[in-house]
Structures are given as structure tokens and as C-alpha cells.
Design a protein around this ligand. Structure first.
Ligand code: PHE
Length: 446
């Protein structure tokens, strides 16, 4: 069997992880969660969760990956035996499912990049979205996007992922800063910043039951936790470097870019007089398209914006495909090209459902994001903190040195707060899913 690949540089690993973290979650989910869940009050809770829950949970995945140098299934099998191996399989299924609809949405962003230039949606953004979001058009752009993802992953860790993110991540940052600077000059910027940045603590007091789980879920999704990406990426680390500082850098970038996206989106929407409170993937495309139709030089602006989103989606999607591909390569001894084409092809087929009917987008998204992701994150956190804490701590200390009470604090932060928050979110996720199945989905069926 050929030697397992590793990252060429530390920056390569960090960029790949940042590229995975920064994606559609930062762009549509985050600002719209802020919009829906009470503005700046949500932002505050979210930031708290990123640090208190996201950071320890990221180290859980890092220690597992680097210790075993294996894909999530192999990693859990090696450290926990047969039962825990099943948790690894949850990760593989999650990545597979998320990618299938993530690619459909990403396909829309490619479509919108071109549509902005030609002004295709200016006359009627809602009708335009209705026409291109499902059916042949959606399938075609889903296919195009999957070809790009497959292309990168087929090239491998160094010449595929690492090379791609070296261009993509700086591009996202540069374009994001440029767009934010432009947004700053717009008429609606003042009102937008007010809405986005001044927390109303009364809102928090009144709505914490919905703000807390939404913030926890967002923190997990945006950091690419709970589905084995960080296990897989850290398994390609050849040397023992400081995992805690790498994690802090990755989280810092992801948070900064999510924050920046709010500084871009809200001025756009406020200036064009579009309501920022409406969420969801579809509404994002409709509201923003409406904003670009109003704004000066909106077609160029729109193309730059949607182009940036497409790049961010691509750098996340490659990490989603890498999880099942690394599993197939490691566990079945298949070569990378075959594994990538096989898994990527199956993801494409699964994605036909959401590309042909949006009900499947909700069905897949709710299941993968509100249940599978949280379940995977919960089980792996229990495993690392309760079953193998000593080995994990030993791994974390490599490249850092004796952690003493800080190490103990990490283990306990995972054992109680992380586990409790995830268990609670899982409960809410299941309740929400049952509700969806018995209402919207039942309507669709019947
Ligand atoms: N973090 C990505 C985003 O914010 C989504 C993602 C989740 C990617 C899980 C990989 C794994 O869009």
C-alpha cells in the first residue's frame, strides 16, 4: 500500500481547515441567524459558544486524528474498538449527505455569479430563483460543482487540497474585505451596523430558549465539527505541532470572516430596503439579488459577491468529500482516483433529489445538520473525554508541553458543558425533525 499522504506545511493544514470552516455557513446561515434570532444578542451568545464549546470540541477531533493518523472510522476503531467504529460511520454518512445538498446550493452560487453579470435576475428576483433553483438548471450546476470538488480531491492532499486552499482562502479574505469596504460607503450602512452590533439584552432574556440551541448549532456547523473533517485533516499532520494554537488560529479566522459577512450583507440589504429578518437558503438568494438589482454597479458587485461565496463553498465541499474518500482509501485499499470518482459520483446521484425538489433540501439539511452532526459530535466528545481522556491529553501535550490543570480543564469542559449542550441540541433537533416530518413533509407526500 502506498504511504499515506501528509501536509507539506503547517500553513497548508491551517488554510485547509480554515477553508473547510469558512463556507455557506458563514455567509447565509450566520448573518440570517443573527437577523432572525434577535440581532446582536445572538452574536454575543454565538461568540461565547465558539470559545467555550467549539474550541474544546475542535481539540477533541484534532487529538483523535493526529494520534491515529487515520480516517474517522479507522481512528475510532483503533482507539475504541468495534462499537465506537460505528460513530466513525456516522461521520461518513453525515459528510456524504451534507455534501449532496451543499453542492446544489453551491451550484446556485456559480449560476448567480454569471447571472449577476448579465443582469438575468434584476427584473424579478423571486421568479428567477424559482426558475433556476430546481430542475434541469439546478442539476447542471450541481454537476459542475461536483466536478470541481472531485477534481481537487482526486489530486490528493498536497497537490489537490493544499494547493487549492492556498489560492482560495486568501481570495476569500481579500474579496471579503473589499466588499465590506464598499458596503461601508452605502447609505444604509449606519442603520445596518446599528441592527447588527448593538445587543438588546431584553431580547436575550425573552428568547434564550431559541437563541441558545441556534447559537450552539451554528458554532458547530461553521467550525466543521461533528462530522470528522477535523479528524481527517489532522490525521495528515506529520509532526507534533501545537494543536491548541492551530485551533485558535482556525477559529479566529472563521469567526472574523463570519463577522465580516455581516458587515457586508446588512448594509446591502438595508440600503436596498430589503428585510434582513428573512432566512433560509432560498430567501438569501432572493433578497440579495433584489439588493443587487437596486445597488449602483450591482451587477459587478453581485458577481464578486456570489463568486466569493462559490469559492468559499468549494473549499468547504472538498473537506466534506475528503472524509468518505479517506475512509474508502484507508479501509478498503482502493486508490484515490477510484475512491473519489466512486464516492463523488454517488454524492452527485443523491444530490439529484434536492436539485429536483426543494423539499429534499430541507429533509436532508434538517436530518444531517440538526441530528447527525450533533450526534456525531456528542458521541466523539463522550468517547474522548470519558473513555480515552489520558491518551487524548497525552496527544494534546505533544508540541505544547505539560498542560497540568489546563489539560484537566479541557477534559472537563468536554465531559460536562460540551456534552450537555450537544445532548440538548440533539433533543431539540429530533423534536424539530419529527415536527417537519409530520407537517411539511407529510403535506408534500399527501
Ligand atoms: N463549515 C462549513 C460552513 O460553514 C460547513 C461544513 C460543515 C463543512 C461540516 C464541512 C463540515 O459552510
Amino acid at each position: 500500500m502506498p504511504q499515506r499522504e501528509t501536509w507539506a506545511t503547517r500553513t497548508g493544514f491551517i488554510l485547509a481547515a480554515v477553508g473547510s470552516a469558512v463556507g455557506l455557513g458563514n455567509i447565509w446561515r450566520f448573518p440570517f441567524a443573527v437577523g432572525q434570532e434577535g440581532g446582536a444578542a445572538f452574536l454575543l451568545v454565538y461568540l461565547l459558544f465558539v470559545v467555550l464549546i467549539g474550541f474544546p470540541a475542535m481539540l477533541v477531533e484534532f487529538t483523535l486524528g493526529r494520534r491515529t493518523q487515520k480516517n474517522p472510522v479507522g481512528a475510532l476503531a483503533q482507539m475504541g474498538g468495534r462499537t465506537w467504529k460505528l460513530v466513525g460511520l456516522v461521520f461518513v454518512v453525515t459528510g456524504f449527505t451534507i455534501l449532496s445538498y451543499y453542492s446544489v446550493i453551491a451550484g446556485w452560487t456559480i449560476r448567480y455569479t454569471f447571472a449577476s453579470l448579465t443582469g438575468a435576475y434584476t427584473a424579478d428576483p423571486e421568479a428567477y430563483f424559482g426558475a433556476v433553483s430546481v430542475g434541469f438548471d439546478a442539476v447542471a450546476f450541481h454537476a459542475l460543482f461536483m466536478v470541481l470538488v472531485i477534481g481537487v480531491i482526486a489530486l490528493g492532499v498536497r497537490s489537490g487540497i493544499e494547493l487549492a486552499v492556498k489560492f482560495m482562502v486568501p481570495a476569500i479574505i481579500a474579496l471579503g474585505i473589499g466588499l465590506a469596504a464598499y458596503a461601508f460607503t452605502l447609505d444604509g450602512a449606519g442603520a445596518a451596523y446599528q441592527f447588527y452590533l448593538s445587543p438588546d439584552l431584553d431580547v436575550l432574556a425573552a428568547e434564550w430558549q431559541s437563541i441558545l440551541p441556534a447559537a450552539a448549532g451554528q458554532a458547530f456547523f461553521t467550525l466543521s465539527l461533528g462530522m470528522g473533517v477535523m479528524i481527517t485533516y489532522s490525521s495528515y499532520l506529520a509532526e507534533d505541532r501545537n494543536l491548541a494554537s492551530d485551533g485558535a488560529i482556525i477559529i479566529g479566522f472563521d469567526t472574523a470572516i463570519a463577522f465580516l459577512m455581516g458587515l457586508i450583507l446588512f448594509p446591502f440589504l438595508f440600503t436596498a430596503g430589503v428585510d434582513p429578518g428573512e432566512g433560509g437558503p432560498g430567501t438569501l438568494f432572493i433578497s440579495l439579488a433584489a439588493a443587487f438589482a437596486e445597488l449602483p454597479a450591482g451587477n459587478i458587485l453581485g458577481a464578486v459577491f456570489f463568486g466569493t461565496v462559490a469559492i468559499a463553498a468549494l473549499s468547504s465541499a472538498i473537506s466534506l468529500l475528503e472524509v468518505p474518500v479517506s475512509y474508502v482509501i484507508d479501509e478498503f485499499g482502493v486508490d484515490r482516483m477510484t475512491a473519489t470518482l466512486g464516492v463523488g459520483g454517488l454524492v452527485f446521484v443523491l444530490g439529484l433529489a434536492p436539485a429536483l425538489d426543494l423539499i429534499f433540501l430541507d429533509l436532508f439539511d434538517l436530518f444531517a445538520d440538526a441530528i447527525l452532526l450533533v450526534l456525531g459530535g456528542l458521541l466523539v466528545s463522550i468517547f474522548v473525554s470519558w473513555i480515552v481522556p489520558d491518551e487524548a491529553l497525552d496527544e494534546l501535550q505533544k508540541g505544547i508541553g505539560e498542560l497540568g490543570s489546563i489539560g484537566t480543564a479541557w477534559v472537563w469542559a468536554v465531559r460536562i458543558p460540551v456534552v450537555l449542550v450537544l445532548a440538548f441540541s440533539l433533543y431539540l433537533g429530533i423534536v424539530g425533525y419529527i415536527e417537519f416530518l409530520t407537517t411539511d413533509f407529510a403535506d408534500w407526500l399527501g
